[in-house]
Design a binder for this molecule. Structure first.
Ligand code: PSV
Ligand code: MN
Length: 385
């Protein structure tokens, strides 16, 4: 693709930031608090709006309920719109109540399953009120020991809860079904991989799609292969982008393996996935780095990988592939990856009336100083609050 054409595609790219990444987070050893972090969902939206003002391509923010519970969701939606952003995916939380020790919708106890499913239904309602297009589901359900529970029965319980929730969704809402290899359960997760998510989605209907969190695979997994297969089947719902060295590290996307991110975006471009409604979302924790600049950096990293993928010479690649010229085909992809796309992106931002370098623009904006001064008192939001 030529640079002008690439710029047009990049201009309309949307990368969603997660509300929880604006709050304090850490490991089980320590949470290092940051001055000026939001104290309520409204302040999280302010920060998300700032990321959008700096980058121009982050117009929505995902919510996690009950972390982002408010009395009036329609008012929260209006507030977001006034700040220039909208509410993105709604993420129910069925993993933090004491009743969920043995799982939520897969729990052997019917009353616990009812409670969990009711929360999913509540989140459908939150999505309606916030005008959110997606209900994004992740379950911590699983078992720790062989024989602890019936794997098959748990799949049946999962299917039942998903079907009830799917039936409650309005016609224009999509259900995203996320999977994770392990953690918090270690023997079996009830949705451990894309195949299990895909099987459930197929039974549910067209508006149930798989969500790929890049941190949720075994080391060495070819994630772009999963992406290509799901895209082809029309069941790639979206991404939770982040980076990992070990397991679910939740580091900034594009930091650990920019080439891996590029390979994913290459498959998206090849499969015309940028034209559709795939949700490109971040799911990260910023434990030691400044949260807002880290999110800006992450958005830029996704943009850079996308720009490189768009610059692959598709004709040259197709021709080399057809001729079976392995090295020429590989070179077509590697040449694009080796291109420095920063000048192109800087130019694009200037065309959009933005500063060419969002990180510098953020530093110069005075926003960080302002929130540190203003956000005194109250309780800083954090994972679980
Ligand atoms: C689980 O590890 C996960 O990736 C899910 O998307 C959750 O909603 C999110 O992280 C919570 O931090
Ligand atoms: Mn995730």
């Amino acid at each position: 693709m030529q640079t002008t054409e690439a710029k047009n595609v990049l201009r309309s790219q949307h990368i969603e930031t997660p509300s929880w990444a604006y709050g304090n987070s850490g490991t089980r050893f320590k949470v290092f608090p940051e001055a000026g972090v939001p104290r309520d969902p409204y302040e999280k939206i302010d920060d998300a709006a700032m990321v959008h003002r700096m980058t121009g391509v982050a117009p929505s923010v995902a919510l996690h309920i009950p972390w982002d519970r408010v009395d009036d969701y329609a008012a929260l939606r209006r507030y977001a719109e006034d700040q220039g952003v909208r509410i993105g995916a709604i993420n129910p939380n069925v993993f933090q109540d004491n009743e969920y020790r043995l799982g939520s919708v897969c729990n052997p106890d019917p009353a616990t399953r009812r409670k969990a499913t009711d929360h999913l239904l509540e989140c459908v309602e939150v999505a309606v009120q916030t005008d959110s297009p997606q209900l994004s589901l992740w379950f911590a359900d699983g078992t720790n020991y062989a024989g602890q529970d019936s794997i098959g029965a748990r799949q049946d319980r999962l299917a039942t809860a998903l079907a009830e929730t799917y039936a409650a969704m309005p016609d224009d809402m999509t259900m995203l079904v996320e999977y994770k290899l392990f953690e918090p359960s270690f023997y079996s997760m009830d949705l451990p991989d894309w195949g299990t998510s895909f099987a459930h989605c197929l039974r549910l209907g067209d508006r149930a799609k798989v969500l790929v969190d890049t941190g949720h695979h075994a080391p060495g997994t070819n994630i772009e292969m999963i992406v290509a297969v799901l895209l082809r089947a029309g069941r790639l719902g979206g991404f939770h982008f982040n980076s990992r060295y070990y397991a679910d590290d939740d580091l900034m996307v594009g930091s650990a393996d920019p080439f891996g991110l590029f390979r994913i975006m290459h498959e998206i471009v090849q499969g015309n996935g940028l034209d559709g409604d795939i949700a490109f979302m971040l799911d990260q924790c910023h434990n030691i780095e400044g949260k807002i600049p880290a999110l800006i950096r992450s958005v830029m990293n996704v943009q850079e990988a996308t720009a490189k993928a768009l610059l692959v010479d598709a004709e040259l690649l197709a021709d080399a592939q057809a001729r079976g010229d392995v090295l020429a085909a590989h070179a077509a992809v590697m040449d694009a990856f080796a291109t420095d796309v920063r000048p192109l992106l800087s130019e694009l931002r200037e065309d959009m009336g933005l500063h060419g370098d969002p990180i510098t623009a953020y530093r110069d904006s005075g926003y960080q100083k302002k929130v540190v001064a203003e956000r005194v008192g109250g309780t800083a939001m954090g994972w679980g609050a």
